[in-house]
Design a protein. Structure first.
Length: 229
């Protein structure tokens, strides 16, 4: 430390304070002192934000801290983080979906994913189906999302005969195709959608012909996946 020389002359006492100020020769530090300082310490906005975000994360489930700029972070939900990372969107059925004497297409419970406008997605549905031979099975791709373009292929194979019982290309949301005769079926729907309005993409199912006292079903562990490209 640069001390003043005892007995020195020509020293201006009014400049003494500068020695203890920021960058002075004998700068005073409060590091290690306990208690609160009398003056506001001018905490940076970034520091306040960091504390607030940390507190929010500590009380939230399935949230993530995402960089929004140099030294800046924001809290994002799991759904928002999946969109940022462009991770695949997946859904799996946990309950059997039945259609009894009913040829009206309806959303398969659990087989829905959320799309964002301006994005293009590849999607694939895999369905395990037990159908009544007379009532049959019918499919469509629908949802609340809108599409400026969509194209998908519906392929159904009879597990009994190994024959393709449905082989159909569709070019519009809600485009339906069905068949009757096969009873144990593997159905795959593959396509691409250009999303023009945020919403859901959903797989629909029904009997091909409403038939009294008969049931056609999409079984558990059927799935839907969509991947942004």
């Amino acid at each position: 430390m640069n001390k003043w020389t005892p007995g020195a002359t020509g020293v201006d006492p009014s400049t003494h304070k500068t020695r203890h100020q920021d960058a002075g020769a004998d700068e005073i530090s409060v590091v290690g002192l306990s208690g609160l300082l009398a003056d506001d310490q001018h905490v940076l906005d970034a520091e306040v934000t960091a504390v607030a975000v940390a507190h929010a994360l500590a009380t939230a489930a399935n949230d993530f801290l995402v960089a929004s700029g140099s030294g800046a972070y924001v809290k994002k939900t799991l759904a928002e983080t999946i969109l940022i990372l462009a991770l695949p969107l997946r859904a799996v059925t946990t309950a059997q979906f039945d259609k009894t004497n009913d040829a009206a297409l309806a959303n398969i419970t659990g087989l829905s994913v959320s799309l964002v406008t301006g994005k293009t997605y590849i999607f694939r549905a895999v369905l395990f189906v037990d159908a009544n031979a007379t009532g049959g099975h019918q499919y469509a791709v629908s949802g609340t999302a809108t599409a400026s373009a969509i194209k998908y292929q519906v392929n159904s194979v009879s597990n009994t005969t190994n024959l393709n019982v449905i082989n159909s290309r569709q070019t519009a949301l809600g485009g339906a195709v069905g068949q009757a005769g096969a009873t144990i079926i593997f159905t795959e729907i593959i396509g691409v959608i250009v999303c023009s309005g945020t919403g859901t993409l959903t797989i629909q199912f029904a009997q091909n012909v409403a038939t009294a006292a008969t049931t056609s079903s999409v079984l558990t562990q059927s799935s839907l996946e969509a991947q942004e490209v």
